[in-house]
Structures are given as structure tokens and as C-alpha cells.
Design a protein around this ligand. Structure first.
Ligand code: ACO
Length: 429
């Protein structure tokens, strides 16, 4: 809170004073919560000027290209931390000491297996079910398996649910992939790290262990770190809204997965690959760049631009490094699709249209390429985003539950019919 106030005057009536709130960083926020009782609602479709909550977790400055988790720059976390440590940071508010780190890793490993009935549950889906459809269903169904941790007022229950979600989501994601491919499910191997274990469950088979390349495991770990949280985006806001009714965490995360599925959110990395395949050859780049610039053509360069970042997305800088490393380690630098992607990146970075509009490659451009290089089918791209984002969702949900909150209930500007009398069917035109 500051001593500053905003004043709203409507049609010359006596002014309404509105307090101005100040965060640690970022824009000041005008507190309009008293307006409802004074007879007014505010109108902000898409919430582009509305802070729906207070949060201590993540800070973004889109103009400067800054992303902080609990105060730590994303670049430092991506370089020096690992995914599970970042999970602890997001959940607990500080980095773990050595003992806390080991204990947390052990706890997560303890929870990696899923109830056997979940296997039957996944097997019940059509062989070609989209993995995101399976994820929405199975994660929601987790609340029917873990009754012992559903009391949201009990701190221990909330903690166990958070650990179960972080530990089991990769197992469920890999099972969805296996179901899609008609291969047997792979059990987790707790001697491996979080990202190694995910690769093992995705690509191993009971007949042949998957040989994990350290650089590949590192790239996957980074990818999870870079997707871990991103403030009050659509899926996180969905999780908070669902949670504000008192729903259990598994159903709230299932709601978040549903929101993530859309192409305007988590689906963009898939769109990058579709676009690269459509361009098809380096010789066609100029034609597609011209299409992207043409106002009469709906085509946009997928993986370029961002609603919040009007500077380089700091996650994209790190992801670009990982992308180059992965292509080198896997010997794919000369693969035509990846050469096409690199050439497109170079041309767009130098083109006046993209430079003047600050349309830099975003995190999805590089994550799409990395995932493709790892042999992950495009249907799984958004699932992998969901695996990384689970900790952000559950941290934000937990933050809401442990602070004063009310059920989320937006109002509306009604534009429908005015009151009218019911007409019996035989009298209707
Ligand atoms: N290709 C070509 N032109 C573009 C692109 C693009 N990818 N993105 C924006 N522009 C142009 C717009 O036509 C507009 O031009 P104008 O000023 O001459 O009219 C200008 O750049 C500003 O664009 P806006 O639409 O105002 O930018 P906005 O912030 O609304 O959109 C968005 C951001 C949706 C991400 C957009 O850049 C886009 O569609 N990108 C491609 C899809 C994509 O990669 N999405 C992933 C985002 S990252 C994430 O969600 C994790």
C-alpha cells in the first residue's frame, strides 16, 4: 500500500477514492475492489489491465526481458540449478540447503510410481487418443486414487499432493506416449535423475534400455526449468479460479492442463513444427517471410513474437543455446528441417519488419526444434510443457489457499434482451 490514491469521478458525482498498491517491482496497481459496492463494475476482457491476485512467486518485466522466480533470474536458474531444485524454490520460497535438496529429491522419487489401476485407465483410451486428452482425464482422475490427501485445509495433505503431482506427471505423460505408440508402459527407475527418468520412460522398452546422453538429459531438464512457471498466464489463472471454489488440487491441475492445450498457449511449439514442414525447403523461406509481412495474408511466423515480451524472451536465449547443443550432440546440424529452422531464424533476426516490431524468436520456436530433434512426436509437445509447468500451477494454487481468498467470480456487462414476458408456443411467430 502507498499513500497515493486514484480518484474516479462519474458524471460529476462525488469522487471515489481508490487506494494505489505497490509491489516489490513492476507497475503500481489501483485497488478497485470497493467499486462493486459503489454500483460500478470495471470492464477488462482478456484481463490485460487487471491484477487478479497478489503473488510472491514469479516476476516478469516484458519490456526489459526479465523473468525472476522468487527473485532469481531465469538465466541463473537454467545455468546453475536443476529442475527439482527449481521446484523446491517455487514451492517453498527459497533454494534448499544440501540436506533439504537431498530429502526433496528422495521424496519425489518415492512418489514416481502410479497406482496400477491408472494403467488400466490409460489403456481404456482409443489407441490414437491425443495425449493431451488423456492427460486432462487421467490427472483429474488422480483425485479418485489419492483420497488420503484431499483436505485442502490440511498443510500436510497439500504438500503430499504437490509432491505426488510433480513426481507422477512425468510417469503419466510417458504412459500416454506409450499408449499412443502401442508399446508397453515403462516403470520409473529411481536411480535416475528426474529428466533422465522421463527419457527412460519415454524411449526405453522392456527389451532395451534407452541410452541416455547427458547433454540430452540436461536439455530436457532445462526445458522443464524454463517452463516451470510464468506468472498469471491463462492456465495458471484457470488453476487459481478452479481452486478458489475449494476444488481439490488434482482437479485444479486438470483444469490447467485443459487451458494449456489451446494453440494460443501451450500449443504454439507444435505450430512451429507444422509451419517448418509447410515451408518445406530453404528456397521457400523468402516467400513465407513475404506472406508473414503481408497484412492481407493471415499467415504469421510461428514461434516469433510474444504478448508480454517486447524484448528478447530470456527463456528463448537459454533455449537457443540448448537447441544448438542438442543438434550438435545428435549430429543433426545438417538435417534439412533444422537447417531450414536456423536459416529462418537468421533471416527474421535481420529483417527490418521483424526487428522494428521486436518480433524475436520465442521459447516455443526453440523448444519445438529441440523436442523434434529428440524424436518426440508433435502430439507430445504440449504434454511436455505441462510436465514442466505442473510445479508452477501447484505453487500458485498453494499460495492462494494459504492466503485469504474468495471464490473467483467475475461480473459482466450484460448486452442481451431486456425483460420480456413468456409467450406460449402456439402464440409464437
Ligand atoms: N509474424 C508476423 N508478424 C507478426 C507476428 C508474427 N509471428 N507477430 C506479430 N506480428 C506483427 C503484427 O502483425 C503487428 O504488425 P503491425 O504493427 O504492422 O500491425 C505487430 O507485429 C504487433 O503484433 P501484435 O499482434 O500486436 O502482437 P501481440 O502481442 O498481440 O501478439 C503473439 C503476440 C500472439 C505471440 C504474436 O506475436 C503471434 O501470433 N506469434 C506467433 C505465434 C506464437 O509463436 N505464439 C507463441 C507465443 S509464446 C508462448 O505462448 C509461450
Amino acid at each position: 500500500m502507498t499513500n497515493r490514491k486514484a480518484t474516479l469521478t462519474v458524471d460529476g458525482e462525488s469522487p471515489i477514492e481508490l487506494p494505489i498498491l505497490k509491489g516489490t517491482r513492476g507497475q503500481d496497481v489501483i485497488d478497485i475492489s470497493s467499486l462493486g459496492s459503489q454500483g460500478y463494475f470495471t470492464y477488462d476482457p482478456g484481463f490485460s489491465a487487471t491484477a487478479a491476485c497478489q503473488s510472491d512467486i514469479t516476476y516478469i518485466d516484458g519490456a526489459k526481458g526479465v523473468l525472476l522466480h522468487r527473485g532469481y533470474p531465469i538465466e541463473q536458474l537454467a545455468e546453475k540449478s536443476d529442475y527439482l531444485e527449481t521446484c523446491y524454490l517455487l514451492l517453498e520460497g527459497q533454494l534448499p540447503n544440501a540436506q533439504q535438496k537431498t530429502e526433496f529429491e528422495t521424496t519425489i522419487k518415492y512418489h514416481t510410481m502410479v497406482n496400477r489401476s491408472i494403467e488400466q485407465f490409460i489403456s481404456g483410451f482409443r489407441h490414437d487418443a491425443h495425449p493431451m486428452a488423456m492427460m486432462c482425464g487421467v490427472v483429474g482422475a488422480m483425485s479418485s486414487f489419492y483420497h488420503d490427501s484431499l483436505d485442502i485445509t490440511n498443510q500436510q495433505h497439500r504438500t503430499i499432493s504437490a509432491h505426488r503431482l510433480i513426481a507422477k506427471i512425468p510417469t503419466i505423460a510417458a504412459m500416454c506416449h506409450k499408449h499412443f505408440n502401442g508399446q508397453p508402459y515403462m516403470y520409473p527407475d529411481n536411480s535416475l535423475s528426474y529428466s533422465e527418468n522421463f527419457l527412460h520412460m519415454m524411449f526405453g522398452t522392456p527389451c532395451e534400455r534407452y541410452k541416455i546422453k547427458p547433454a540430452v538429459a540436461k536439455a530436457v531438464d532445462r526445458l522443464f526449468i524454463l517452463h516451470a512457471d510464468h506468472e498469471q498466464n491463462a492456465s495458471t489463472s484457470t488453476v487459481r479460479l478452479a481452486g478458489s471454489s475449494g476444488a481439490n488440487p488434482f482437479s485444479c491441475i486438470a483444469a490447467g492442463i485443459a487451458a494449456l492445450w489451446g494453440p494460443a498457449h501451450g500449443g504454439a511449439n507444435e505450430a512451429v513444427l507444422v509451419m517448418l514442414n509447410e515451408i518445406g525447403h530453404e528456397d521457400n523461406i523468402a516467400e513465407y517471410i513475404a506472406k508473414a509481412k503481408d497484412k492481407n495474408d493471415p499467415f504469421r511466423l510461428m514461434g516469433f513474437g510474444h504478448r508480454v515480451y517486447k524484448n528478447y524472451d530470456p527463456r528463448a536465449t537459454v533455449m537457443r543455446e540448448s537447441c544448438n547443443e542438442v543438434l550438435e550432440v545428435l549430429g543433426l546440424e545438417n538435417d534439412p528441417l533444422f537447417r531450414l529452422a536456423k536459416k529462418l531464424e537468421k533471416i527474421a533476426l535481420e529483417d527490418e519488419y521483424f526487428v522494428s516490431r521486436k518480433l524475436y524468436p520465442n521459447v516455443d520456436f526453440y523448444s519445438g526444434i529441440i523436442l523434434k530433434a529428440l524424436g518426440i512426436p508433435v502430439e507430445m509437445f504440449t504434454v511436455i510443457f505441462a510436465v514442466g509447468r505442473t510445479v508452477g500451477w501447484i505453487s500458485q494454487w498453494n499460495e492462494m489457499i494459504t492466503n485469504p481468498y474468495r471464490i473467483g467470480r467475475p461480473r459482466q456487462l450484460y448486452t442481451g434482451a431486456d425483460t420480456r414476458d413468456y409467450v406460449p408456443v402456439d402464440k409464437r411467430q
